[in-house]
Ligand binder design. Sequence first.
Ligand code: A3P
Ligand code: MG
Ligand code: MG
Length: 380
Amino acid sequence: NHPHHQHQSGSTPGQNPPGSQGLSTRRELYERDFPVYKQPVEVGCFSLDSERRFFNDSRQMRYYVEPDRNPNFDLRDGYKDRFIKRDDSVKEKLDHILRWIVANRSKLNSRVTPASSCALDVDFVTWRGHLTKLLTTPYETREGWLLAVTRFRGTLYISEVETEAARRERENRTERHEEMMYWGYKFEQYTCADNIHSLPDPGGVVNTNEAFCTVVQTRLADHRLLFSGEVDCRDKDPNAPAPPACYVELKTSAEICTPKQRSNLHRFKLLKWWAQSFLPGVPRVVAGFRDHEGVVVSMETFHISKISHLIKNEYNCWKPTVCMNFCCDFLSFVKHVATEDNPSVVYLFSWEPHRDVTYSIHRDSHYSFLPHWYVEEMTS
Ligand code: A3P
Ligand code: MG
Ligand code: MG
């Protein structure tokens, strides 16, 4: 058995029940048939404006405009004088998704049978980004995570808690790293227009408060999921397929000059890109490859459905089935552990590389994340 199954996190008011062990993240345990993952269905969307205000509509949707063969986008342009950065010390938890749920409850309670045991007809509500972290966990060797879970009216809400290590990294980023984080957003500005008739405006301000988010419903094995994720842009052709199939994910990455660099892209970056877009059913990633000075020198489209074939040539590479089976087993573990239905109880699941997933239980603590306005709204 795994030598680390006894590991428990530091200050744990609660304890794992006797005989229960953590959940292993060893890859070989998850190499079985690909689990059922239903085609994700978009059930709504919302927008966050330049001041991070919520709107129950698609006002922040942007439209992909295919660039020239030799783009020459200078990603450093505007970093000093045309950049408004979101304050990432503000933790929004699930608040925007909860606001969307309150505004769209009628769309979700399709089964109005009195026998229905939960207020929402889903088992889990979370951010797509949290699920992406779960999918990549069996292959992650550097960064651990903390996920807070609350069971409320039969639904399990999963909200990330920043680890100490992540907080230290965030507070001690180098100037180079800060600037490179801007590059990804600048690339979006070079390739996206505000409506189907306009063109990108590289002279404008980059404001990372702005976001367009899709809300999708799907099922992973017996887990009914409702989650939201930020979408970079969509195909501007009005005859493009319905969301999420018309969505496009944009990425930047270092230019590829050697076979080794191509192999590393497949082994490490494509894992993250695949996990992020596969979950909401976004079919393609458009990558801009940049040199060390931050100039995009080439573009490449990756179709999510073809990534699993692309990586089959890599030795000792990641496998989509391992990602999905681990996520599925983690959700089963959560259902089994988080049994008390109480909006002020948090089951805190924690994981560090080379360890098992463990948990602790917290009542009325600073980990509680369901806001009173949401609890009241859903109780009435
Ligand atoms: P790139 O990844 O293309 O460089 P997303 O690709 O998910 O839409 O995110 C947009 C940009 O936000 C990224 O662009 C990157 O610059 C920045 N970003 C996203 N997640 C990040 C993270 N975990 N750490 C640092 N920067 C991040
Ligand atoms: Mg994005
Ligand atoms: Mg992107």
